[in-house]
Every structure is written in C-alpha cells, then in structure tokens.
Design a protein around this ligand. Structure first.
Ligand code: PLP
Length: 437
C-alpha cells in the first residue's frame, strides 16, 4: 500500500467508482496503466481539466504532467480546439467519405515532417505502427523487423515481444495470445547500441525490412539517443537496403514542430505519428515518401483501411492544434520551463540524498531513482521502483499528477507556468523526504 502521509487526501468517491467499474471492465480501466499497478493503490477518477490542471471527482486539483500521455501539449480545453470540434460536430460526427479537412491536415503534416511527403490517417498509434510495419515489409519484400528492447509501439502482435537472453536475439511473445509465429520475425536489440544493429544485419543478411525505434525513448522513462546513434542507424539501414522507421507517436510535434527527426537532423524513411496529431481525439498517422506511400491501397497493393480514419472531429482537433503550434511556436518556452523542472528535481533529489538521474529532451522528462546515465532498458530497470511508487503518491497528495510508473516520461504543456513548476519542485522536495523514509 502506498504511503499517504497527508491524511486529508482521500479518494472515497473514486474508490466507489473504481469498485463499480471493476465489475464490468477488466481492472476497472480501458488501458492497463490507468489502474496504477506500477505504483500501487487506486486511481483518482477524473471529472474535467482546464489548461494545466486536472480535477477529480473527490474535489482535488492537480498539476498535470501526463497530458493524456502526450496529446495535450497546449493544455486542456484550448478554446480554439474545442470550438473547432464543436463546429465539426454540428456538421456530423462521421461520414466515412472524403472531406476537405483531411487534405488540409495532410498538407500541414507533409510540410512539417521532413520524411513525409504523403500520409495516411488512422485512429491510434497502435494502428499506425501496425500499418507501417506492413508497409515496410510490403515495400522491401523482407520479413524481419529490428526493434529496440523497452520501446513501445502499441499492442501490435509482432511488436509485443520481449528479449531473450542474448543480444540481437529473436523475440518471444510477452503476452498470451501473441503466437510465436507473430513474434518470430522481430529481432530485439538494446537501444543506443549501434553495433548490436550492425550484428543483427550480419546475422540476417537481406532479411531485415526495417529498423524501428522511438528516436527518444519515452516508454522506459525518457532516454535520449546517444550522440551519433541515429546517424549511425541511418547509415546502416541505407547500406543494408532496409527502411529506417521512427515511431514519433510521442515525439512528433512535441520535441519540435517537425518532431525528433527535425530536432536531431536525421531523416527516417517511414514515420508514425499519434497523440498530438489528434489534439486529444483519436487520430494517428503514418507517412513516408510519395514512392513508398504509393504502395498503399487503393493506389498500390498493400491493404489498409478504417471506418473512422480521418474522422471529422479528430481532424478538426488535430488541425487546429497543429496550426496553433506552428503559429505560437511554444517549443523554446517549453524547453525553458522543462529545464526549470529538471534543475529543481535534481536539486531536490540531491538534497534528499536519494540516488537519482533526471533525464530530459525538450518537454519530455523523467526522474529515475537510479544512478545515471540511463542509456537502455537494462539501465532503467535498475531504478528503485518502490521508491518511485511512494514518491508518486506523496506528489499526488500534494496536487501534482506525475506518470504512474517509473518507466513513463512526464510531459509539459504550454499551459504550465513557472509558478506551476515551482509548486511542483517544492512538492517534490517534500515528497522525496517523505518517500525516502
Ligand atoms: N508508439 C509510441 C511511441 C507510444 O508512446 C504509443 C502509446 O503510448 C504508441 C505507439 C501506441 O499508441 P496508442 O496508444 O494510440 O495505440
């Protein structure tokens, strides 16, 4: 059970709703992390949000560092975004037929993201990753995908695999229901180790369709690429006739308007986008050059479709979000704000004498309770997750909502203020002292 030193922090109504939900929804949630398994205890049920603040049904207010796990880069309920959705809704929630806004947002994405000339919209990051893997295999005529250990690309069968004991090993399923066959063509290597990718290419000559990665890992906590690593992957994939495939579901429109590929100046062949591109509604996308994308149906033979793909409400929220990001360019301010949080967390943890390592790229940030630097999943797994759980609850009781796992990055939004950051750092100071015991 989590430490809750602040007795006035109670979640009675949330508890009742959690029990009720657990009777009709597995674990009471529609996505597992929300059940707080990684930190213990039960989640607050949320009622509404505005800007950088969340409000639960028990009457608490929190500073939000999840941002719906990434999409809410402008904060919640930006009036322009909500108005665009309301306007689209008045015309119809869905047609399943072409609309003008789909080309408008596709043009915006193609202009923003260096690797993308054409883009296909889908409804979730999982669907984008799954479709792009099919595309990579269809285009190259090869079966194998090189994937980084600890990177997450949604619950796609072929990508839901864990590492065997050896490096550059074939994966095995890490969920019942994923067949060995589905995992058999996934080669796992550690992140940030280009030589492991080189040896995988040697071991499976002419068989690798793509090297797939989060250019900045967010799903094992925030882990940046080592200097030169992305460039080396670009060289290796080109040399071996494989596609370089960035999953920018998290980093797209977050690290910069053109994503991690613009931020680091390395252009992949295929890119997945999600989260921000839907402005908080269900939308995601995958894109590449005209040549590659022309292999998709109805132009080419590689099949992919979706009843709600390019949904009018999601396109309205996404397009409005992208246009605001382009116009306001919040990235330099987000970077300064996140740096303030980074410095504050580091000082607080140092003063509390807790082993730690704060890692950040732009507005993605993680405090690992382990000595750093953290370069890969093995490093990340050395973290004191029990301490993280206690820290998380102490923060929550002080009105700060961090990601409910050591292995998830926190996100800032343009609605956060310096006062929010300073409040967070002060809360973290107290939380660390309480959690450390
Ligand atoms: N790829 C990355 C990098 C992600 O972070 C996620 C979700 O967190 C996904 C893919 C899957 O996206 P979705 O949850 O929309 O299916």
């Amino acid at each position: 059970t989590p430490a809750r030193s602040k007795p006035e922090y109670r979640l009675d109504r949330s508890h009742a709703e959690f029990v009720r939900a657990g009777k009709v929804i597995p674990g009471g949630v529609n996505s597992p992390a929300r059940a707080f398994g990684a930190v213990g205890g039960e989640p607050p049920f949320l009622d509404r949000a505005e800007g950088a603040y969340l409000y639960d049904i028990d009457g608490h207010q929190y500073i939000d560092y999840i941002g719906s796990w990434g999409p809410m880069i402008l904060g919640h309920c930006r009036p322009e975004v909500n108005a665009a959705v309301a306007e689209a809704l008045a015309k119809s929630p869905s047609f399943g037929a072409p609309t003008v806004r789909e080309a408008e947002i596709a043009e915006e994405v193609a202009a923003a993201v260096p690797s993308i000339e054409m883009v296909r919209f889908v409804s979730s990051g999982t669907e984008a990753a799954m479709s792009a893997v099919r595309l990579a295999r269809g285009v190259t005529g090869r079966d194998k995908i090189i994937k980084m250990i600890g990177h997450y690309h949604g619950h796609v069968d072929a990508l839901l695999v864990s590492a065997g004991s050896a490096v550059a090993t074939l994966g095995h399923p890490n969920s019942p229901g994923v067949t060995p066959g589905a995992a058999a063509d996934t080669i796992l290597v550690p992140f940030n180790d280009a030589s492991a990718v080189a040896s995988a290419f040697e071991r499976y000559p002419g068989q690798v369709a793509a090297v797939l990665l989060e250019p900045v890992a967010g799903n094992m906590g925030c882990v940046p690429p080592r200097p030169g690593y992305l460039e080396r992957l670009r060289e290796l994939t080109t040399k071996h006739g494989a596609l370089l495939f960035f999953d920018e579901v998290m980093t797209g429109f977050r690290l910069s308007y053109g994503g991690a590929q613009e931020y680091f100046g390395v252009t992949p062949d295929v890119t997945c986008l999600g989260k921000i591109i839907g402005g908080g509604l269900p939308a995601a996308a995958y894109g590449a050059s005209k040549e590659i994308m022309s292999r998709i149906s109805p132009v080419g033979p590689i099949f992919q479709a979706g009843t709600l793909s390019g949904n009018p409400l999601a396109m309205a929220a996404g397009l409005t979000t992208l246009r605001l990001l382009k116009r306001e360019n919040p990235y330099p301010a987000l970077d300064r704000l996140a740096e303030r949080l980074e410095d504050g967390l580091r000082r607080a943890a140092t003063d509390a004498r807790v082993p730690h390592c704060v890692q950040r790229v732009g507005s993605m940030i993680t405090i690992f309770f382990a000595e750093g630097p953290i370069h890969d999943f093995d490093d990340a797994k050395r973290s004191d997750t029990a301490l993280f759980g206690r820290f998380f609850w102490e923060l929550l009781a002080r009105g700060v909502y961090f990601p409910c796992s050591q292995f998830e990055a926190a996100f800032l939004s343009s609605a956060h203020t310096e006062a929010d950051i300073d409040h967070t750092v002060q809360a973290a100071r107290e939380a660390l002292l309480a959690a450390r015991g």
